[in-house]
Design a protein around this ligand. Structure first.
Ligand code: TYD
Length: 212
C-alpha cells in the first residue's frame, strides 16, 4: 500500500464575494470523502486569541494606525498557526484556511498603502518561514464580487471601502499569484461553482499529488 500523503496546508485567497467559502466547503467534503481528516478555518480568527483580535479589527470602533493593524493581523495569525494550524498538521489533519498572509499584503499594503517592507518584516517574525503548501486565488470582476458580498450580509468596515480600493486588492491578488507560481494558482471565480471546483482540484493534483 502507498504511504499516506502528509497533511497539507491549503489557503484560499481573493476579494470580497469571490466564493472562497463555497469552495472551502466543497474541498473539505472532497478530502473527507477520500478518507482524509480535514479542518476548515479562516482568518482573521481560527483560535481564541485570534477571534478576539478579529472582533477588534473588523467590528471595533478604532481607526487603527496602518502598521498597528498589520501587526494585529500577524499577531492573530501567529496565534492561529501555533494553536490551531500546526497542531492539526502535526496530527495528520489537512487544513483549509479562508485567507492567510497574502490577504494582509493585498488589503493592508496594496489596498491601504502600507509599505510592503513592513509586511515582509512582520511575516518573518510571526511565521518564521511557515507558509501554505498551496494557495487557490479566486479572481472575480469587482461588480460580481461586490454584488455577491452585499447580497449576503451587512457590509462590515472592509466592505465599505469602495471601488478603487477593491480594484487595488484584486490587482494585488493577481500579482501575488503571478509572483508565486509554484504555490499559487489563479482561478476564474466568475465561472460556475462546479467549474471553479474542477480548476481547484486540478491545481491540487499538480501541486500536492492528491486526486479528488
Ligand atoms: P470576512 O467577513 O471574513 O470576509 P471574507 O468572506 O471576505 O473573508 O472579513 C474579512 C475581512 O478582513 C475582509 O474584508 C478582508 C480583511 N482582511 C484584511 O484586511 N487583512 C487580512 O490580513 C485578512 C486576513 C483579512
Amino acid at each position: 500500500m502507498a504511504p499516506p500523503l502528509p497533511a497539507r496546508f491549503i489557503t484560499l485567497e481573493g476579494g470580497e464575494g469571490a466564493g472562497k467559502t463555497t469552495l472551502a466547503r466543497r474541498l473539505a467534503d472532497a478530502l473527507a470523502s477520500v478518507g482524509l481528516p480535514v479542518l476548515r478555518t479562516r482568518e482573521p480568527g481560527g483560535s481564541p486569541g485570534a477571534e478576539a483580535l478579529r472582533g477588534l479589527m473588523l467590528h471595533g470602533r478604532v481607526a487603527w494606525d496602518p502598521v498597528a493593524e498589520a501587526m494585529l493581523m500577524f499577531a492573530a495569525r501567529r496565534e492561529h498557526v501555533a494553536r490551531t494550524i500546526r497542531p492539526a498538521l502535526d496530527a495528520g489533519i489537512w487544513v483549509i484556511c479562508d485567507r492567510f498572509a497574502d490577504s494582509t499584503l493585498a488589503y493592508q499594503c496594496y489596498g491601504h498603502g502600507l509599505d510592503a517592507a513592513v509586511w515582509h518584516k512582520l511575516a518573518d517574525v510571526a511565521l518564521e518561514g511557515f507558509a501554505p503548501d498551496a494557495t487557490l486565488v479566486l479572481d472575480v470582476p469587482l461588480e460580481t464580487g461586490m454584488a455577491r458580498a452585499l447580497a449576503r450580509a451587512l457590509p462590515d468596515r472592509f466592505e465599505r471601502l469602495g471601488h478603487e480600493f477593491h480594484g487595488r486588492v484584486r490587482d494585488a491578488f493577481r500579482a501575488i499569484a503571478a509572483d508565486n507560481p509554484r504555490r499559487c494558482v489563479l482561478l476564474d471565480a466568475g465561472q460556475t461553482p462546479e467549474a471553479v471546483f474542477a480548476g481547484a482540484t486540478a491545481a491540487l493534483r499538480d501541486r500536492l499529488g492528491i486526486t479528488l
